[in-house]
Design a protein around this ligand. Sequence first.
Ligand SMILES: C[S@@+](CC[C@H](N)C(=O)[O-])C[C@H]1O[C@@H](n2cnc3c(N)ncnc32)[C@H](O)[C@@H]1O
Length: 312
Amino acid sequence: MSPARDDLSHIHRPVMVSEVLGHLFEDAAPAPRRLVVDGTVGLGGHALAVLDRSAEASVLGLDRDTESLALARVRLAGHGDRVRLVHASYADLLGVLESHGEDAPWGVLLDLGASSLQFDDPGRGFSFRDPSPDVDMRFDRSGDGPTALDLVNELPEEELARIVHVYGEEPRSRAVARALVRSRPVSDGTRLVEIVRRSAWRTKRHDPATRTFQALRIAVNEEYEHLERGLEAALDAVAPSGRVVVLSFHSGEDRLVKNAFREAARVGRGTRRTKKPERPSEGEVRANPRAGPAKLRAFQKAGTVEENEARG
Ligand SMILES: C[S@@+](CC[C@H](N)C(=O)[O-])C[C@H]1O[C@@H](n2cnc3c(N)ncnc32)[C@H](O)[C@@H]1O
């Protein structure tokens, strides 16, 4: 392994790599080219594992975050034209495939949420432990969409309460929204954390700001809307017998994945390779505590490998 490859795994360790590779490649006949779409390429950890696993694989990597893409580009450069990276949401997968002259990838991987690069950079605003002045939280900072702090200062109280309740599952969502609205303008991240810590539900396990910060991140990036569109596009796009593999990190995300795969199986689009989600091993969680909440679900499109081979 080159030093460049090693460097980035200190920043973000890919989660459940062997399980992901298992679902992508098990029972797959060798093929002249196997395109895997990494819809959340991040720092390229999973993409690198896919490229290393099979010399026949190529990767089309998508991310909404241009900074992550720039790092992934350097890390994956050694694989030449087996890698293409695109600044796009996986929600727009079908359009991206079309513009790259592809129609039926063998696999689609989605590793949801934010990377450690994003969480640990105080300037990005994701962290309540190290709050930033502008609490940005956007994956894609190239546009002019609202930041998380804009939502806190501008949304009606009812809408703020709904977001904190639905996306954060915060039991005291109304109290949090009321406290935020009464404190407007909320000047920065430090003030935001103070207000939320005073008004949110307290437990021994988590910082009381955890749920509200998660909710704001999901809202500002419209994560559930992108996920629903992305899952539909992935189920639509993959080749006969191809795979859709999703890693989620909290119950709201996992519910969307579970329901999409269950419905797809019910209407005969394929089968669930995981009826219950797979979890990381104890050893992996010990080595990488951020893997702890991970749930992996995988779906296999209807059709046979032979049918897929015949398509060329
Ligand atoms: C958990 S990280 C992925 C890490 C990656 N698997 C690796 O091994 O380095 C999630 C990434 O998904 C990106 N992301 C979030 N929502 C996205 C979307 N709708 N479309 C594309 N990328 C997205 C984030 O910017 C982040 O870089």
